[in-house]
Design a binder for this molecule. Structure first.
Ligand SMILES: C[S@@+](CC[C@H](N)C(=O)[O-])C[C@H]1O[C@@H](n2cnc3c(N)ncnc32)[C@H](O)[C@@H]1O
Length: 313
């Protein structure tokens, strides 16, 4: 940066105004044309002088080049001079007409994004799903939980939850008694190249997990398959640490023969209040349940509910 170039660049009223405007907002050439009310060729010439003097820089955003004021650098007398002059210019008021044209340009830019969403309206749901899938928000909410937790997914099935859990938690254990399911789970873990998941063969009757070693035990759609729900819940109580948590997703009690037959369920689902009392009788506290309202169910499938509870700390 040359002091002469800095002084020459600053010694012009239009360039001073451009710097004041650019100090407030990153702007494109066409926006500066509107704000300064000057022809494009004039604005481009001024921008070149300012850029050559090292006072502004540009970046490409799609088809637009956006300009902004350079941050002050502590690397010599010329930079120091430039920094001081830019600080002075930033504080200069803009003439009323320039100020209002600057506000209009920024408002227009904001309106562009509003216009886009105004145009697509409800199509956004399809566009979001097409762009990012339908479950990213669930993964995002997991970020609220401590990363240091060890989490076990019991009756993990094909292990579909494990990659999401492994993204966030330090250690994850998937337990499953059926060989074919274990095979699918191991394949999934290998496919995703995940290192912090242990997959083991095991049954809720007697889990291959040390007592008090789990911060969160999950059992999704498993409890209606086990011979003894009480014994299974007692086993979950054993493996979670003091103040540890359980999260159980279950089917509400139903009478659909076709569904039970198709799923080979042992139990007809659970009444959520009775299920909560069962958990309390085993020693869980803060037992809460809630119906899952966004589930897209088959016609004969029962409602689902989630129950969370905590082991006394
Ligand atoms: C309906 S699937 C649910 C799988 C997975 N949790 C999910 O949400 O996709 C039930 C799973 O529980 C497993 N399971 C059945 N009885 C079990 C038991 N006694 N202990 C542990 N898992 C069991 C089954 O092998 C099956 O993989």
């Amino acid at each position: 940066m040359e002091p002469e170039a800095v002084l020459k660049a600053m010694a012009d009223r239009t360039r001073q105004r451009a710097l004041t405007a650019l100090g407030r907002h990153e702007l494109g050439v066409s926006e500066l044309v509107e704000v300064l009310n000057q022809p494009q060729s004039t604005v481009s010439r001024h921008l070149k002088i300012l850029r050559d003097a090292g006072l502004i820089h540009d970046r490409r955003d799609g088809n637009t080049v956006l300009y902004s004021v350079c941050a002050p650098q502590a690397d010599g007398a010329a930079s120091d001079l430039a920094g001081r002059l830019l600080a002075w210019i930033a504080q200069q008021p803009l003439a009323g007409s320039i100020e209002s044209r600057l506000e209009t340009a920024i408002r227009k830019r904001r309106n562009m994004s509003h216009r886009f969403f105004d145009r697509i309206g409800r199509q956004w749901d399809a566009l979001r799903e097409e762009s990012f899938g339908s479950t990213f928000h669930l993964e995002a909410f997991i970020a609220l939980l401590p990363q240091t937790w060890t989490v076990a997914d019991i009756g993990t099935g094909t292990g579909y939850l494990l990659p999401t859990l492994a993204q966030h938690f330090q250690r994850v254990i998937g337990v499953e008694p059926v060989d074919k399911m274990l095979e699918a789970t191991r394949h999934r873990i290998k496919y995703h190249g995940i290192g912090n998941v242990e997959v083991c063969s095991g049954d809720l009757g007697q889990l291959p997990i040390a007592g008090g070693s789990i911060n969160l035990a999950i059992a999704a759609l498993v409890l209606h398959h086990v011979p003894s729900p009480r014994g299974a819940l007692a086993e979950l109580h054993r493996i979670v640490c003091d103040a540890g948590n359980i999260l159980i997703v279950e089917q509400t009690a139903h009478q659909s023969d076709s569904f039970r037959e198709r799923m080979q369920d042992r139990w007809w689902g659970y009444d959520p209040d009775e299920f909560s009392r069962l958990l309390e009788s085993i020693g869980f506290e803060q037992v809460r349940w809630r119906r899952l309202v966004t589930v897209e169910r088959a016609d004969d499938a029962p409602d689902l509910f989630v129950t969370t509870a905590c082991k006394q700390g």
